[in-house]
Design a protein around this ligand. Structure first.
Ligand SMILES: Nc1nc2c(c(=O)[nH]1)N[C@H]1C(S)=C(S)[C@@H](COP(=O)(O)O)O[C@H]1N2
Ligand SMILES: [Mo]
Length: 540
């Protein structure tokens, strides 16, 4: 008997699985058909226990920091790479096992086996795709497409096995040599042709993806100019005397730099022209509101908002500020007529995310809004188009994007991240951060030279009343505060320190609107949000 060739099987698995992915990618760009590796990844992260997922994310962030890579810019890309590798491993393992079995004459490399193999690989994945498919175009077309390509993968596997592991009696030595040569040629030709198709379809897919991105940007811009929201500029603090120290992060985050966090490998795309917001459950008058209803039937509210992710460390990039426009949730609920005994809003999203909001909180705060615009334009796709909620003073995890359902209920159910071990309340923890010790922009004051130090302080909707800076073991000195864009944004602070040569440690701490000092004891982001003092070293 010929010895089994799991190595060959693995190689064939790489060729056909990479090819399979490139075809799925092209079909995704051409026709919006599902890209299964991302969906598999989404499913795996959803079914794995919370601590495992958090450990995975933490490991990734730690690794990035060690490598000096920006977490904000690359986290999603890293997830996508992991998704592709995971899918590849799956295909390779199945292929290697298959070749091993064929090599041991346990399976014939014929058409039936190929179809069964393709079904074994594809059916669970098709199941996952259907389970996660709120947003895949036509489900029937997607289904048929996936059946075809996975069966195709199986047939290609068995066809290759038939060429590479011929059945029959052990041939004579001379024939064996010829066969060996044949197999080699077959492998080379196979490698060349699969590689060609892979490169071609991936390349074409990438071009289509870039065009689609442009088209989407143009379309959003056009919709944005229908005057959905007031333009945020000029800023309310344009005349403020206290200016940021050069090197401080922008007070108003450029939209493209706003941090992004979402559970799936890709942002969720919702068709705004057919989308409606259903308000259901314990209401007298269930509603179905279109985007236009929300824009036209309710007084728009505008608010400068700093949004912060609970998983951010100190300091971190997972915090940004922009201008939010929407309608008061109170007003919408008044139209729906909330019934006695109702206690919670269950919000569900197009990506499978969900959160629960206490109705007492909504009744107490008319600022809580269904938000449809950022920075004067409709929401960007990545940030929750067409609708997200804003709740002051809590971390981003409490505020779903891509809202597709709102149900009024008497029962509490934990939200997506609460279920995975994160804080139920998720109230923002006060933080202050040093952005810059501006060694290069010394201020001359008579014969004194001062080093400007600057950064931000943030305390949800509680405001910042005081920021203090400490250098080495010196006293805590009060910094100057720039008036913020609003009571719900971060505050820019600055401090001028008398220059002294050497290596120094700068520390910062803040007090909120009530004069409460921030928590100085260090704690990690999980489960309640990071606390502790930010230190920064500089050599002068
Ligand atoms: N539907 C949905 N909403 C969501 C999330 C998500 O994954 N899906 N992530 C939440 C988290 S953890 C944060 S920090 C904010 C981030 O919003 P942004 O990406 O617009 O900055 O969205 C929140 N809302
Ligand atoms: Mo978050």
């Amino acid at each position: 008997m010929r010895t089994a060739r799991p190595g060959t099987g693995a190689l064939i698995g790489v060729l056909f699985t990479v090819l399979l992915m490139s075809i799925m990618y092209l079909a995704d760009q051409l026709a919006g058909l599902p890209f299964v590796p991302f969906l598999l990844f989404d499913w795996v992260t959803r079914v794995l226990p919370g601590p495992v997922v958090t450990f995975g994310i933490d490991t990734m962030i730690t690794l990035f920091r060690l490598l000096g890579i920006s977490v904000t810019d690359n986290a999603k890309l890293a997830e996508q790479v992991i998704a592709v590798i995971q899918f590849l491993i799956l295909g390779v393992v199945i292929s290697a096992l298959f070749f091993a079995l064929v090599g041991r004459r346990k399976l014939p490399p014929d058409r039936t086996t190929g179809l069964v193999l393709g079904a074994l690989f594809g059916l669970p994945l098709i199941g996952i795709t259907i389970a996660l498919s709120q947003n895949i175009g036509n489900p029937l077309v997607s289904l048929l497409w996936l059946v075809v390509i996975f069966l195709g993968w199986g047939l290609a596997e068995s066809w290759s096995a038939a060429h590479l592991l011929p059945a029959g009696e052990q041939p004579a030595t001379a024939e064996r040599a010829v066969e060996h040569l044949d197999r080699r040629r077959f492998l080379i030709r196979l490698g060349a042709s699969t590689a060609t198709i892979t490169v071609a379809s991936t390349g074409l897919g990438a071009v289509l993806a870039r065009n689609e991105q442009r088209r989407r940007a143009a379309a959003t811009e056009e919709m944005g100019h229908t005057g959905v929201a007031a333009d945020p500029r000029p800023f309310p603090n344009a005349d403020a005397e206290v200016m940021p120290v050069p090197g401080t992060r922008p007070e108003y985050t450029p939209l493209k730099d706003h941090y992004k966090v979402f559970i799936r490998a890709e942002p969720t795309v919702i068709d705004g022209s057919t989308w409606t917001l259903p308000i259901t459950g314990m209401v007298d008058n269930p509603l179905q509101l279109s985007l236009e209803d929300l824009q036209n039937n309710y007084e728009p509210m505008n608010q400068y908002v700093t949004l912060r992710c609970i998983s951010g460390r100190i300091p971190t990039g997972l915090i940004s500020t922009t201008y939010w426009t929407g309608v008061s949730v109170q007003r919408v609920l008044a139209d729906a007529g909330v019934q006695a005994g109702a206690q919670y809003l269950h919000i569900t999203s197009g990506d499978g995310y969900y959160e629960t909001v206490d109705l007492d909180l909504i009744n107490a705060d008319e600022r809580i809004m269904f938000c449809y615009a950022w920075d004067g334009n409709l929401l960007p796709v990545d940030h929750g188009f067409p609708l997200r909620i804003w709740i002051p003073d809590v971390y981003g995890m409490k505020q779903p994007k891509w809202i597709t359902g709102v149900e009024v209920s008497s029962e509490y159910t934990p939200g997506y991240w609460v279920e995975r071990g994160w804080s139920r309340e998720a109230q923002v923890k006060m933080t202050s951060v040093i952005d810059t010790v501006a060694v290069d922009t010394l201020i001359e004051q008579g014969d004194r030279r001062l080093v400007p130090v600057g950064g931000i302080a943030y305390s949800g909707a509680r405001g910042i009343s005081k920021v203090e800076v400490q250098v080495d073991d010196g006293p805590w000195e009060e910094a100057q505060l720039r008036p913020p864009l609003s009571g719900t944004t971060w505050v820019i602070w600055r401090y001028a320190w008398p220059f002294a040569e050497g290596r120094h440690t700068f520390a910062v701490r803040a007090y909120d609107g009530d004069g409460t000092l921030q928590i100085t004891e260090e704690s990690p982001p999980r489960p309640d949000g990071a606390t502790g003092i930010h230190n920064e070293q500089a050599t002068l």
